[in-house]
Design a protein around this ligand. Structure first.
Ligand code: AHM
Ligand code: MG
Length: 355
């Protein structure tokens, strides 16, 4: 009998069910945001299938086009972009989309939609050809523009604190969907044979202090004195603070972020001599991951200011990013303050650096 009970035990909470259950967290919830999250989850399953087959059907490699960031687009960048845009258009809850792959906003022509979505459809896509984890990052706002009219660029300029939901998908050794609606962070793992995401990481929290620092240290000579001082600090020996830390850098933001969220750590992409406002994008990389890290008890900044309070001015704006365990981000900020007292004024975040 006991064995039968085991066999018949519920398989767990699916993402769909969890989204429905959490709908009540929102006053006046109409189910539209829930539907939107399910639309993203559906596109995720399709993209997941295509990423898994990428090596087999010769769709990895470059596409021959240059995207708005001046980078060569990967075939999978294009495919993922199409899949997510199509799912959001068909779903009907989104009036306008901002994508890393599109120069301007994408009008879905679903003007009754109350939401706008900023998305990096496939982050770290050059890693696909070497079978390394990639990810998707998304951010959702309620529209500011009047209902039943086209969405506008201003809908994306509300600021990170106005996000109603944000999430990422990691296509790794397993595929995970992690999201927040401002009531904690929950992670779901994909069960291929059932075609469902199941709740595997409820109420995710990041340690206050970790032992991992993640940064492209090969660019150290390009970095400021404050960042260099923090890197030295990471390598010093001190048992109390678990130093020296381990350096772990995949070069795939979602994968580096996900590992640090689970284990404790800091991810840094600072301003460099070449990229004076950093490399990563505010709207569809820094904002959503900052919303998630704060919900998990961590911290995110541009080295000076709380990331979520930075005012966006352009669609593809870049920002330096310091994100992860609270005390580690604070220490990095302190180093910047000490070593760059005179030079440290907020980066001119309005400047879009291409290429
Ligand atoms: P992408 O959006 O063009 O894929 O670039 C973002 C990626 C991040 O995933 C990763 O953390 C970073 O760029 C790596 O940059 P670098 O190679 O300069 O270290
Ligand atoms: Mg990206």
């Amino acid at each position: 009998m006991a064995d039968f009970d085991k066999l018949a035990a519920p398989v767990g909470t699916t993402l769909d069910r969890f989204i429905m259950m959490r709908q009540q967290d929102f006053l006046y919830a109409t189910g539209e945001l829930s539907q939107l999250l399910r639309d993203i989850a559906l596109a995720t399953k399709i993209v997941n299938r295509e990423i898994n087959r990428a090596g087999l059907i010769n769709i990895s490699g470059t596409y021959g086009a240059i995207n708005v960031q001046g980078e060569e687009q990967q075939k999978m960048d294009v495919i993922a972009n199409i899949r997510f845009i199509r799912a959001l258009k068909n779903g009907g809850e989104t009036c306008v989309i901002a994508s890393e792959e599109n120069d301007t906003i994408i009008d879905t022509e679903k003007y009754q939609g109350r939401y706008v979505v900023a998305i990096d459809p496939l982050d770290g896509s050059s890693n696909i050809d070497v079978n390394v984890s990639v990810g998707t990052i998304f951010s959702i706002y309620r529209r500011m523009s009047p209902i039943n009219t086209p969405g506008t660029i201003e809908d994306f300029m509300q600021g990170g604190t106005q996000q109603v939901a944000a999430g990422y998908i990691i296509f790794g050794s397993s595929t995970m969907f992690v999201y927040t609606t401002g009531h904690g962070v929950n992670g779901f793992t994909y069960e291929h044979s059932l075609g469902e995401f199941f709740l595997s990481h409820p109420n995710m929290k990041i340690k206050d202090a970790g032992k991992i620092y993640s940064i492209n240290e090969g660019l150290a000579m390009e970095m400021t004195e404050g960042v260099k001082a923090y890197l030295d600090y990471c390598k010093e020996t001190d048992k109390e603070t678990y130093r020296p830390y381990s350096c772990r850098y995949i070069g795939s933001l979602v994968a580096d972020f996900h590992r640090n969220l689970l284990k404790g750590g800091i991810y840094i992409y600072p301003a460099t001599k070449k990229l004076k406002t950093g490399k990563l994008r505010l709207l569809y990389e820094a904002f959503p991951l900052s919303f998630i890290i704060e919900q998990a008890g961590g911290k995110a900044s541009d080295g000076i200011n709380r990331m979520l309070e930075i005012k966006p001015t352009t669609l593809h704006q870049r920002t330096p990013l310091y994100i992860g365990s609270k005390t580690m981000v604070e220490k990095a900020e302190e180093m910047l303050r000490i070593h760059e007292a005179v030079k440290t004024s907020p980066q001119p975040l309005s400047k879009v650096e291409r290429g």
